[in-house]
Design a protein around this ligand. Structure first.
Ligand SMILES: [Zn+2]
Length: 185
């Protein structure tokens, strides 16, 4: 696995522009807007190229230089890199010859596109020293958090509605997640 440095990044408020560095925060304390990751792409111009990406592993980690992953915290699971499938009939209908659909139903490890974002989020959770991660979800996100937390030796906690049918959360509980049933949505 590559452990090269990534583009410098910074959590920033999209509305008021306040910078937060890399902290476990999601909301701006000045204006309550969501924070987003901003990258200094000029800093990696020249070192990150189509060729350098193509030379990387067959997983999300080939894009490591463009992901907010602290040095030394890249997970080892080969997440992502799901195939593109040519959609001939859709192409005909739309009058386009090159239409592809991304088949995220084969994403590793839990067959959901959520595996990618969770892989990056949990790398940061480890960096911040958290021992427990959580999600409010009744499906793919819960599953991915529970599975990847188990892999990384983190505890996971899934918040679900109190009346959710047990079958819906069974898959997630197999990974050892703690379920917290909440009266409400
Ligand atoms: Zn703000």
């Amino acid at each position: 696995m590559s452990s090269g440095a990534c583009a410098p990044y910074d959590l920033k408020c999209k509305e008021c522009g306040k910078s937060y560095g890399n902290q476990p925060l999601s909301i701006c304390d000045e204006c309550f807007s969501p924070l987003e990751v901003f990258y200094d792409l000029d800093a990696v111009k020249g070192s990150v190229t189509r060729e350098s990406i193509a030379a990387g592993p067959a997983s999300i980690w080939r894009y490591r230089a463009l992901l907010p992953i602290p040095e030394g915290f890249q997970p080892d699971l080969p997440v992502g890199f799901t195939p593109l499938v040519k959609a001939n009939n859709l192409g005909k209908r739309l009058g386009a010859s090159d239409i592809y659909v991304k088949n995220d139903a084969v994403c590793f490890p839990t067959l959901s596109f959520k595996d990618r974002v969770v892989a990056v989020a949990l790398a940061n959770a480890r960096y911040f020293g958290f021992d427990t991660v959580g999600a409010s979800s009744t499906g793919n996100l819960a599953n991915s958090v529970a599975a990847q937390a188990a892999r990384l030796g983190l505890k996971s906690c899934i918040l679900i509605p109190a009346d959710l049918e047990p079958a819906k959360i069974l898959n997630t509980l197999i990974y050892g997640a703690r379920q917290v049933r909440n009266d409400g949505n």
